[in-house]
Ligand binder design. Structure first.
Ligand code: NI
Ligand code: MN
Length: 225
């Protein structure tokens, strides 16, 4: 499984011969100006919730690639009504896609489209594929629901927001990594806006001091699981 960071909460995942894009907000992110969304391969787009910094490039990429958009029922219906292919899910439900198993899990946040359309309840995803399991938290506060994840899934990587203000901060993300029982963390949802700028070295040291590993990728950089 190869995971590429495209800034903010945008990820590319290559697994089982498929390309998955998560929460594409790239063309509107000055920090990601080196990424060309017209060159991104996609078979699926996973959307955690409907905020602009997670859905901005969904339609552009979906129009070009004919992907299936996977999200909660409200977001899936929103795109289906616009003529896109979508797969509706809801919290606690999972589905076996051709690249692996995906579960839509809780997040404590809000969710409305930029045009005001209700975006359902926000979530995250647990993906199990090729003997590797990852948790993509989406935008969320620290929540006890995270403790449910390791009851079913032994994670290899937790992707957690660390930017504070709109989501967890670094300290809460450390507790979240305890809750999901995964010491290997990829941080996201930081630096894009003034409200969420963080000190990278300080964040990494806080994780390190707890015996945990926080990875912060450059935009366009990948990690291999
Ligand atoms: Ni959000
Ligand atoms: Mn966000």
């Amino acid at each position: 499984m190869k995971i590429t960071f495209y800034g903010q909460s945008s990820l590319g995942i290559e697994v089982a011969g498929k390309n998955i894009i998560v929460d594409p907000f790239i063309s509107g992110n000055e920090l990601a100006k080196n990424i060309n969304i017209d060159e991104l391969k996609a078979d699926y787009i996973l959307v955690t919730h409907a905020h602009q910094d997670h859905v901005l490039d969904v339609e552009t990429i979906a129009k070009r690639t004919g992907v299936t958009i996977v999200s909660n029922a409200e977001i899936a219906d929103y795109y289906a009504e616009k003529g896109f292919k979508s797969h509706p899910m809801n919290h606690g439900g999972s589905w076996k896609f051709d690249f692996g198993n995906v579960k839509y899990v809780s997040a404590i946040h809000s969710s409305a489209f930029p045009d005001g359309t209700y975006g359902g309840n926000p979530g995250g995803f647990v993906i199990e594929s090729e003997h590797k399991n990852i948790y993509i938290a989406g935008d969320t506060a620290l929540t006890f629901d995270m403790k449910l994840i390791p009851l079913r899934t032994k994670l290899d990587l937790a992707i957690l927001p660390i930017g504070n203000n709109f989501t967890m901060d670094v300290e809460d993300a450390i507790i979240a990594s305890d809750f999901v029982e995964c010491d290997k963390v990829l941080g996201y949802h930081y630096d894009t806006f003034d409200y969420i700028k963080i000190n990278h070295e300080d964040a990494k040291k806080k994780f390190f001091d707890k015996g945990k590993d926080l990875m912060l990728l450059e935009i366009g950089e990948s990690l291999e699981l």
